[in-house]
Design a protein around this ligand. Structure first.
Ligand SMILES: *Cc1c(COP(=O)(O)O)cnc(C)c1O
Length: 385
């Protein structure tokens, strides 16, 4: 029997929210022009720069992750600009849609869903561009729809060699889960959202802007008002916002960033790596096939093929029986895969619980033996140690 109040979110956003953060959300709002709020803007901004490993401006927008993605494009590019978009999943597709909506000329670099983007294809196109017509390279770091992580480090090094093109990257399910050193990798524009690695509810998005991105902003002619980042930069100089921000979500952000600082970047990354390895290897021990190629598994989401079994029925069963919410497949993958989100406020117990629940259902269906179910847990345990 399901108990909704104990529902465990194992989806790639919204992710579970720590008690401290929930308490922060339930406080009375304060005036957004008050000294107290300015102090919060100052401390959250500093901590956001720490999380991004950057000296660049990191701006907070009230809106979901897509708001930051759109802001990145409309603030730095102009109608007719030529851009490269990497597309190997649903979120890569979203970039293409946004870029085309604003009249950009999109050159796609595709890779089959479940496989990573090939960095050499980026290199080739960028090297051929002697006239420097390519204004930006736009891609998704961790492709949430397939559980693939793209080799952003290598791709961004090729973008840097081109010199003119900006890098515009969706790091929504990589920031706060694995290393994204914005300055070291020379990332110009990085978008992320609160309901993922940040451990707070949906409603805020973040965008990091390099000096080069601000220079490009001077020439951008795409229409913008609410998402005009120059207004955000201007008010940030006095630790303020151009419009009324989601005050309580900023309370929550302040708490969650403090928690992240306490844990430390290295530990956060290690925890996500361990969880990824525990889940992917235990799944294999249960005769389940991973959807993404083994060498490029995202630290935040594992996509699992269900073969003849309907993934939607599997998800429904696990939710009804164990109050665990898993994500399904999107588009043509619906019914074919399920995805386990292990991003943000997730501990070893969550991993053991979800694996046990999956084993239990497979056992009931006669798909695995009790011996195999036990072995899968041993495998998981090995990686959790
Ligand atoms: C969740 C997510 C987004 C943001 O989606 P919103 O619903 O707008 O918050 C963008 N990219 C990726 C890869 C995501 O996982």
């Amino acid at each position: 029997m399901a108990i909704q109040q104990k529902l465990s979110l194992m989806i790639p956003g919204p992710t579970p929210v720590p008690e401290k953060v929930l308490h922060a959300l339930s406080k009375h709002p304060i005036g957004h022009r008050s000294k107290e709020f300015q102090a919060l803007v100052e401390s959250t901004t500093k901590n956001l720069q720490w999380l991004h490993q950057t000296q660049n401006d990191v701006l907070t927008i009230t809106g979901s992750g897509t708001a930051a993605m759109e802001a990145g494009i409309i603030n730095t590019l102009s109608k007719g600009d030529k851009v490269i978009c990497g597309e190997n999943g649903k979120f890569g597709e979203r970039w293409v849609k946004v870029a085309e909506e604003f009249g950009l000329e999109v050159i796609k670099i595709n890779s089959q869903w479940g496989t990573p983007l090939n960095p050499e294809k980026f290199k080739e196109l960028l090297e051929q561009d002697k006239q420097k017509e390519i204004k930006a390279v736009i891609l998704t770091h961790s492709e949430t729809s397939t559980g693939v992580i793209n080799d952003l480090k290598t791709i961004s090094s090729y973008i840097s060699e081109h010199k003119t093109a900006l890098s515009i990257v969706d790091c929504v399910t990589s920031l706060g889960a694995c290393n994204v050193p914005v300055d070291e990798w020379n990332l110009d524009i990085v978008a992320s959202g609160s309901q993922k690695g940040y451990m707070i509810p949906p409603g805020l998005s973040f965008i990091s802007m390099s000096q080069k991105a601000w220079e490009a902003a001077e020439n951008s002619n795409l229409p913008k008002f609410y998402l005009n980042l120059k207004s955000y930069r201007k008010s940030l100089r006095s630790n303020s916002n151009p419009y009324t921000p989601a005050v309580n979500l900023v309370f929550a952000l302040d708490e969650s960033l403090k928690m992240m600082r306490e844990e430390g970047l290295e530990n956060i990354f290690l925890r996500h790596t361990k969880h990824k390895l525990a889940i992917s290897n235990a799944a294999k021990a249960l005769n389940l096939e991973l959807f993404a190629s083994e060498k490029c598994l995202s630290p935040s989401i594992t996509a699992i093929k269900t073969g003849e079994m309907d993934a939607e029925i599997f998800r429904k069963t696990i939710k009804n029986k164990f109050d665990i919410l898993l994500a399904g497949g999107q588009d043509h993958l619906k019914g074919k895969i399920f995805r386990i989100g292990h991003l943000g406020y997730i501990n070893d117990r969550d991993i053991i619980t979800v694996l046990t629940a999956i084993s239990n259902i497979l056992l009931g269906m006669g798909k695995v033996t009790a011996q195999q179910a036990g072995e899968a847990l041993l495998v998981a345990n090995k990686y959790l140690e």
